[in-house]
Design a protein around this ligand. Sequence first.
Ligand code: SAH
Length: 507
Amino acid sequence: MSGIVYLIGAGPGDPGLLTVRAKELIETCEVIVYDYLANKKFLEYARADAEIIYVGKKGGDHTLTQEKINELIVNIARDGKNVARLKGGDPYVFGRGGEEAEELVEAGIKFEVVPGVTAGVAAAAYAGIPITHRSATSTMAFITGHEDPTKDKSSIAWDKIATGVGTIVFYMGVKNLPYITKKLMENGRNGDTPVAIVRWGTRPNQQTWTGTLETISEIAKKENIKAPSLIIVGEVVSLRNKLNWFEQKPLFGKKIIVTRARAQASAFLNRLEELGASTVEFPTIETVDPESWDSFDKAVDNAGSYDWMIFTSVNGVSQMLKRLKETRRDIRELAGPKICAIGKKTAETLETLGIKVSLVPDEFRAEGILKSIGDVDGLKIVIPRAEEAREILPKVLAEKGAKVDVVTTYRTIRPSGLKEDLLKMIRDGEIDMVTFTSSSTVSNFVSMFEKSEFAEIKGKIKVASIGPITTETAKKFGFIIDAEPEEFTIDGLLESIVEFYSDGRKK
Ligand code: SAH
């Protein structure tokens, strides 16, 4: 049986503009095939074991040709797998979704289409432009601006479009802007007609420029405006002066670094983005596999011989699951020991896997845990956890007569991959602020750079710190603190950042 291919519109970029149906399919399909314009964030919804394939398609440099993409999708479906084929905006609006669908029909593969929010509608709305308005226009057209200007005969009826349509929205048109504006004016559209260009619409890095048919080409050249941009021509563009809501958000246009560990960062990132900021995730700690899985694998072999299995973190649980899957084992092989979870989150994670947690100690310290477990003399206990975790828990248990096996399921490391990119962005003045949520985020951040690099970037970015202890550490490294809340919470931190930027003098 062949799989089903879902041609899915991933919307214009703002993650909130993905449809419910699209999300459902990303969560369940075995394979995700996505291209340049589809927001990478959506990949987080994918199943842990999903295969994720990037097929590119940015302007001219196609990672895979359309033919190869079609072939790839057909082959995966023939393998019996369901495919979520993510395309920016709507799959049938200048997305070559129609061609992919035809190919699937010819190959005898079932397909479904999930329409998406197309950029022409969404980027305009986020730029403060309603593409229709009773007082301004009753017609609109979506046009590809990609046409080769040297072509003898245009497939666009410029004479009809120029004056026959109120709002004209061009996709893929920035390169051809001088040609487009010329054609419209030649065919009778007034040179005073307002025009807007929206780049990366609906994203935190959205940029909008306005002018008229006469002036916009010059503006685009001067500002070096690039794809992906949408060109909107028509009287409705003037409404932007009144209706520009998105770019008015308190942190709009600010680029802010978030230094928390990846798993914890997303809520904070989302809040910053809701306030209009664009964010750069710079996790200073990352979870990776242990050097060797031997001790864990052996513990699973002998699971039945243990009295207790103690999980000390969510990471410990998810890494265990990952390893069991990798080795094609089954969670039922852990039968035998009672399960103890340190922390509510750890317990919840275990229970979502269908594992009954017998004990969640009220206290996290070793003595507290020991008290909750009770007499451990002669018991066999296994603790799957981080390689570099502190020795205190196993030691306390062993002192009371337990036989303790500590098995490693992960290590935490300092990721370095992003450093070069970040350094470049700071040097180019693209980063506005760095946020620190603990002393260790400060020292990890600093330690990632060479001394000379750090000296260079230190003065180039504003700094937000969550509270006095973090601030003290930051000051020791020579940072000047620009925002610090009175209440030492993430909410407080966000508020202090907004306050900092709303105070005009400090911008
Ligand atoms: N299927 C897509 C369009 C693909 S064609 C859709 O329905 O939106 C690619 C062109 O779409 C880009 O060159 C640009 O003109 C436009 N585009 C896509 N996303 C955009 C965005 N976020 N902001 C501005 N233009 C965008």
